[in-house]
Design a protein around this ligand. Structure first.
Ligand code: ZN
Length: 441
């Protein structure tokens, strides 16, 4: 029988520094929902995993949406009347309203102000703003800088293009023992924002790299997509085989030092929901579980009623709840290798459960089997906590009626999944358990 012990086979601390390095490499690129920044990001990921690139033409109908024109930007600035660049895209790509149309003109401060975005509450930070579906142009800057602008004429220049092209996304499929799939999705459309977007991308990349080196039981599908329009496009193009998806996670905001959060799938009681909650409970750390809501990341699309896939969202600080969210302060200081390592550890534990969660049938269901006679006590004698293991045996034998999974048993017995799994392996070796084979039609 196939068992996977994947959380033992990776040096998480070492990997977290590589994850951080990837975040640093991706950080300067000006990503958007389409265009070369997104494409370049996916090409960089191809240095780690053999990501398949998909290009969907502008104008393609995807359910109620249409793939937009492709946006590219080369340069942008505001110059004062002395000809000095006071806002410069080359210093930070957040300075430009993402999806700005091209412009080159001169205007007084009063007119310019309608196109400037700041954060009065956080006067040192530059906001991140977009205008994907309404044509506009604009600049983002710190509120302190805005207050210092003199009443003079400014030259504004945005060298961008909005033309028919493609929406790019990356996909990596790892074939497991069975065709049933685990979907891992992350958005890759934000420019220089480290926690929101890059932490999820980088962790997903290393998770994929790791899973490709073992032979998992499930098949895994990793998608790196622009937010909203990307998941809608992907679902429209893959509608016929989404029923293979048995579990799924959207990964985002996983590098800050806030506590872990899990937003449940729309189903609310899917196995992925139970697995994540179990891992968080067992972590001995503070955490928070959120019920599903139709706002957030791409779980909104995966959990739309026409799909209702078992996909939840795993994160540390959720969007909108930390002050640095969607600002220039979501930078390389906000994400920390130890927080990335902790997130990766939890994700590996979640996958460890998905990979090993099974239903068994007790082969000696009438009264308890005599454990001593079978040498089971000596089989577990070497384990540090014999009493705990004995309890695990009794729970497994009692609840292995074909209805309860190992995770259910772990929950009911308040014993950690790993112990339940290992004890079940032992009971199986002693012919006291048989796997309940799922019947599929
Ligand atoms: Zn965001």
């Amino acid at each position: 029988m196939h068992t996977t012990d994947l959380d033992k086979s990776v040096n998480v601390n070492e990997v977290s520094h590589e994850v951080y390095e990837l975040i640093s490499n991706l950080y300067p690129l000006c990503r958007s929902i389409t265009g070369d920044g997104l494409r370049k990001t996916l090409h960089i990921l191809q240095q780690y995993i053999p990501l398949a690139m998909h290009e969907v033409p502008t104008g393609t109908q995807v359910f109620d949406w249409t793939v937009p024109r492709e946006w590219n930007i080369r340069d942008a600035y505001i110059k004062n009347s002395a000809g000095e660049k006071i806002v410069d895209f080359r210093k930070s790509n957040l300075h430009v309203l993402n999806y700005s149309t091209p412009i080159h003109t001169k205007m007084p401060l009063d007119d310019l102000k309608a196109h400037l975005f700041t954060l009065p509450d956080r006067p040192d930070w530059v906001p991140y703003r977009t205008s994907y579906y309404k044509e506009n142009w604009g600049f983002c800057l710190s509120h302190n800088q805005l207050l210092e602008l003199k009443d003079e004429e400014y030259e504004v220049y945005i060298d961008s293009s909005l033309e028919d092209g493609h929406l790019s996304y990356g996909e990596y499929y790892i074939k497991g023992e069975k065709e049933d799939e685990v979907l891992i999705s992350c958005h890759a459309c934000h420019p220089s924002l480290a926690n929101d977007n890059l932490s999820g991308i980088a962790l997903a990349t290393f998770l994929a790299k790791h899973l490709s080196q073992i032979s998992p039981s499930f098949s895994y599908r990793f998608i790196f997509i622009p937010g909203t329009i990307g998941s809608i496009t992907w679902l429209a193009q893959n509608e016929t085989h989404v029923d293979k998806i048995k579990h799924g996670l959207v990964l985002t905001c996983l590098g800050d030092t806030g506590k872990s959060h899990y937003k449940k799938s729309r189903r609310g009681d899917a196995e992925i929901d139970k697995a994540v909650i179990h891992v968080l409970k067992q972590s001995n750390q503070d955490y928070e579980i959120q019920e599903f809501s139709p706002y957030g990341y791409d779980e909104r699309q995966f959990c739309s009623p026409g799909f209702n896939l078992p996909v939840g969202c795993f994160m540390r600080s959720p969007h909108g709840t930390y002050p640095q969210y969607h600002t220039s302060a979501d930078n390389l200081d906000l994400v920390q290798p130890q927080a990335l390592a902790d997130s990766l550890n939890k994700i590996l534990s979640i996958i460890q459960i998905l990979e090993n969660n099974r239903k068994y049938v007790n082969q000696n269901p009438k009264c308890e089997p005599q454990l001593g006679k079978r040498g089971l006590y000596s089989a577990i004698g070497g384990l540090t906590d014999t009493k705990k293991t004995e309890m695990a045996m009794l729970w497994i034998l009692n609840l292995s009626d074909g209805d309860h999974t190992l995770l259910d048993i772990s929950e009911k017995s308040c014993l950690e999944f790993d112990l339940i799994k290992k004890t079940a392996d032992t009971l199986r070796q002693f012919d006291l358990l048989k796997e309940q084979v799922a019947i599929s039609y």
